[in-house]
Design a protein around this ligand. Structure first.
Ligand code: UFG
Length: 337
């Protein structure tokens, strides 16, 4: 019996594929390679000794997806495949709603037709909107400020409705905080298209000399140094959270929801300092205006995942920075070889 990983060639999907293989699972990947490279498959094989079966397709393609389910014995699905850039989602809402919502609906329909009842969904702390306080627990009110976030919240709502109506459906909604870091080997990591929107890939591009300096978006937030505070979590810890969530679904719990974060808030300047120390690279930066839509502070209470999954983040900020830097410095052009 296999685990189907949609978006398994992407940043979090590829790390999760490795953790699943290491946990003894058979993995099948579907990915349309719209924001990833086929080279990832070679790297997964080099790390694990296993080359997962790979189908290049978009999850919206119902007949191609149906064939994958017919050809394989799929027991569970981890669904990463989605567009994920906040700013781009404001420019292209139609594309975001179509891709993220329709692909999930298609996947759920095909799963149902094939009697597959275990589903792990890649959600985000973005569903907490601008939280009234931190740390954030899973029962906080939900809201969003951009189409990307709205797709995550809409899908969560759909899953809650489906789980309510169908007692055989088991789903784990995982709300990620800010994933950073890379596999220890330095051979897989985050490779955003174009100029990065997120802080860590921007810092690593400055460190490797591809960008001249970091723009720090605002130093007048109500935080310890005025810059935005986030809960950065190592992608390998995040990957491990998926393995644990899948094990939880074996207990047939119905719908469960977990924050995956460390519980520690770090400011932009804290992360810049930690990165400089870990990499030995100076990161020139300038303070600029706040970025529209940003919030002051966001960090998790991850105690529910600890209690119910036996999961806790193992890696600290030093390893996050060292591993991000190893990936970027070994692969200055990402997967382009
Ligand atoms: N920042 C900068 N300069 C940059 C990039 C970011 O100062 O060049 C700051 C931001 O203002 C923020 C912090 O760094 O204070 C983190 O910003 P990111 O863009 O890395 O991450 P966000 O917290 O804004 O968003 C991330 C994901 C979203 C997800 C959200 C959920 O990108 O997909 O976390 O918490 F929805």
């Amino acid at each position: 019996m296999a685990v189907l990983v949609t978006g398994g060639m992407g940043y979090i999907g590829s790390h999760t594929t490795i953790s699943l293989i290491e946990a003894g699972q058979e993995v099948i990947i579907v990915d349309d390679l719209s924001n990833s490279s086929v080279v990832v498959l070679n790297r997964i094989e080099a790390i694990t000794g296993v080359r997962p079966k790979f189908y290049e397709l978009n999850v919206m393609d119902e007949s191609a997806l149906t064939q994958v389910f017919s050809e394989n014995e799929i027991e569970s699905v981890i669904h990463f495949a989605a567009y994920k850039a906040v700013g781009e989602s404001v420019e292209k809402p139609l594309e975001y709603y179509t891709n993220n919502i329709v692909n999930t609906l298609t996947l759920l329909r095909v799963m149902k037709a094939h009697g597959v009842h275990k589903f792990v969904f890649s959600s985000s702390a973005t569903v907490y909107g601008d939280p009234h306080k931190c740390p954030i627990t899973e029962d906080f009110p939900l809201s969003t400020t951009n189409p990307y976030g709205s797709t995550k919240l809409m899908i969560e709502d759909m899953l809650r409705d489906i789980a309510k109506a169908d007692a055989t459906f088991n789903v784990a909604i995982l709300r990620y905080f800010n994933p950073v870091g890379a596999h220890k080997s330095g051979t897989i990591g985050e490779e955003p298209n174009g100029i990065p929107n997120n802080l860590m890939p921007y810092i690593t591009k400055v460190a490797v000399g591809k960008l001249s300096r970091l723009n720090v978006f605002g130093d007048d937030y109500p935080t310890h140094d005025g810059t935005g505070v986030r809960d950065y979590i190592h992608v390998v810890d995040l990957a491990d959270g998926h393995v644990k969530a899948l094990q939880k679904l074996d207990e047939l719990p119905g719908l469960v929801t977990y924050n995956l974060g460390t519980g520690n808030g770090l400011s932009v300047l804290d992360l810049v300092k930690a990165f400089s120390e870990a990499s030995g690279q100076e990161i020139p930066y300038q303070i600029v205006a706040r970025r529209a839509g940003d919030i002051a502070m966001c960090y998790a209470d991850a105690s529910l995942a600890n209690k119910e999954l036996g999961w806790t983040a193992k890696y600290g900020v030093k390893e996050m920075c060292e591993d991000s830097w190893r990936w970027q410095s070994n692969n200055p052009n990402g997967y382009e070889i």
